[in-house]
Design a protein around this ligand. Structure first.
Ligand SMILES: *Cc1c(COP(=O)(O)O)cnc(C)c1O
Length: 353
């Protein structure tokens, strides 16, 4: 792949790395590549970050043919920059592409595009504790037609955003509302694809929870509203009577890379871990009889997010006295240690720029 680079003529001032927030600032450049059925992927280019032009009839605007990824670049203590399991993101994006009939993007292109863009904007990788450079690759159908069919034209892009620490005052347990009306996804639908449409379908429940003072929604399965699926845009894990239980990937759950990494870590460290169906009744019972020891969400943005309170049908349960569990803290420390290059990566998960 040959990448044509057009450098920005006026570089932006960097934002204060103590007030980055999430997804508010973007770096100087972005990666773009086009696809057509006739030519395949072509015209790889890095250009100044800025607005793009689309046909008002572009497929993505009408039929939601959009998928995305999310990963981070971390500033190591020695000043270097590293990525965490980027090939997993490339593979997952292609599984999402398959589900939405979008063209697959070659894994080696994915990594090369990522590395070339980040190297160019390397100054934007912040170094304050807990900060990182969030990477947002996305791919969308871009045919100029209102006809409904698999796409003939598509565009792949990467934009970069320096982001602040998720936990400014240390790991903070969140309160979660179990959602029993809306569902996020159904088996056979797009739940296991990372696509924009899933997020559109989640907003209403998210808003409702927020109005009631909860930070996220715990999703139940779309058919029986009986089995636990995910929490907000994170996978979820529970420690019940010493065993870690996480919903099995049923087809409607997003296969998180953080989830996968934690499972591998727990197995290596000798913990008991079960991937299986977990009903909301079983969870409620474990809260009532006190066998629920810890609960946490996991995903790239927050890494590990302890759950301190769960509300189900107006009944409020407090988890681990609203405090961070020992295992939750251990997972957070271990994973962030590897990601920021503070502890040795014995798993081979990190890729240096
Ligand atoms: C991205 C995402 C996750 C977490 O995946 P990671 O690879 O760990 O960041 C979980 N659930 C949903 C719905 C997601 O979109």
């Amino acid at each position: 792949m040959e990448i044509k680079i057009t450098r920005s003529e006026c570089l932006k001032a960097k934002p204060d790395s103590n007030a980055l927030g999430f997804g508010k600032y973007f770096t100087d450049h972005m990666f773009v590549m086009d696809y057509s059925k006739e030519e395949g992927w072509h015209d790889a280019r890095i250009i100044p970050y800025g607005n793009i032009s689309l046909s008002p009839a572009s497929t993505t605007l009408h039929y939601g043919t959009e998928i995305f990824e999310g990963l981070k670049a971390y500033r190591r203590p020695d000043g270097g920059v590293q990525l965490f399991r980027p090939i997993e993101n490339a593979k997952r994006m292609n599984r999402s592409a398959d589900r939405l009939c979008l063209p697959e993007f070659p894994e080696e292109y994915f990594l090369e595009a990522l590395k070339t863009l980040i190297k160019l904007d390397e100054d934007w990788v912040p170094s304050e504790p807990g900060t990182s450079l969030y990477i947002r690759p996305f791919l969308f159908g871009n045919d100029e037609t209102l006809g409904v069919h698999a796409v003939n034209h598509a565009t792949f892009m990467i934009i970069l955003s320096p982001v602040g620490s998720y936990y400014k005052e240390g790991l903070n347990p969140v309160s979660i509302m179990i959602e029993d009306q809306d569902v996020r996804a159904v088996r056979g639908g797009t739940g296991e694809a990372k696509c924009g449409g899933n997020y559109a379908a989640s907003n209403r429940a998210g808003d409702r929870a927020e109005k009631k003072g909860y930070s996220q929604v715990l999703w139940l399965d779309g058919v029986e509203r009986k089995y636990i699926e995910e929490v907000g845009a994170m996978n979820v894990m529970f420690k019940i009577s010493g065993t870690v239980v996480t919903p099995a990937l049923s087809g409607s759950i997003l296969p998180g890379i953080t989830r996968k990494s934690i499972i591998e870590m727990l197995k290596k460290e000798g913990y008991k871990i079960e991937e299986r169906r977990l009903s909301v009744e079983e969870l409620a019972q474990s809260m009532k009889d006190g066998t629920l020891e810890e609960a946490w969400g996991c995903g790239t943005a927050a890494v590990v997010s302890p759950i301190g309170e769960l509300c189900y049908k107006d009944q409020v349960y407090i988890v681990n006295e609203g405090k961070i569990g020992e295992l939750t803290q251990h997972l957070y420390d271990t994973l962030t240690g590897i990601q920021w290059g503070k502890t040795e990566d014995t798993y081979g998960w990190t890729v240096q720029l």
